[in-house]
Design a protein around this ligand. Sequence first.
Ligand code: FES
Length: 303
Amino acid sequence: MTPLAERVIELELRPPAGFSLPEWAPGAHIDLVLPGDIVRSYSLLGDPTDRAAWRIAVLREVEGRGGSDAIHRMKAGDTVRVRSPRNNFALKLAPSYHFFASGIGITPILPMIDAARGQGIPWRLDYVGRSKAKLAYVPRVSQLPEAHIHFTCPAGRPDIAALLAESDPNAAIYACGSQGFLLGLEAAANAVGRSVQTEWFAPKPGARQAADGAFETFTVRLERSNIEVTVLPGQSIIDACAEAGVTIPASCYEGTCGSCLSTVLEGVPDHRDSFLSPSERKANCLMAACVSKSMSGRLVLDW
Ligand code: FES
């Protein structure tokens, strides 16, 4: 456990003797399963091919739900359960990249930068945070000429539109950070006809709202389990399935982590998650079973 900045520590996680860890790709995250079955997701850092250790960085949330606090109270040598890496924020090949991060949102971006550098793809990073004391990995990031660090105290927030204008207009944009930061970036990017791949820590504003015409009560058929369940108003698909004895893996229960991603075989979901891209939503092949509902009276899922 290494302190990185105010309320931020880096953890190195090692498997029990005789085991090796799966490799992962930039943008991947793991779930830590904490005492009381509290599950928290963290982006992986470091070398994706290192099978002897994983690294994550954890910000202790002052008004959080207790997960980050429990991690900060752990001691080196403690045992923690983890789940295998998953990736909802994969880096796709592009002619160049413009990375944006605010605060602890730098964590998935660092391996992306390593990947871009390794492949000789041009990139730029704009990294925003309150002050040097609060921002993790400043010494490392500040050595990179392509990286621009913006301290908002006392300089104020950078002009995101102006930063966007400084990069290659064809660069793929990847961003992770606070809600306000990502909303501002999305608005600035949309205004110039560009799209942003984002990873959200919390649900997007309005994401959980029901679409017009969404069914309050609907049935879900679990094809492989050969079970049909009724999802009642106020109930999640995950809970309805659990009552019928089928466990859909889940972590955040708020539509941000992707653990509960389910393949839709029939029916039209009412997407209420914060991570599927507009084209994935339109395709209606995948849905987040923790928050999403249904636009059809019946959904068939591949469980
Ligand atoms: S449990 Fe995290 S998106 Fe559903």
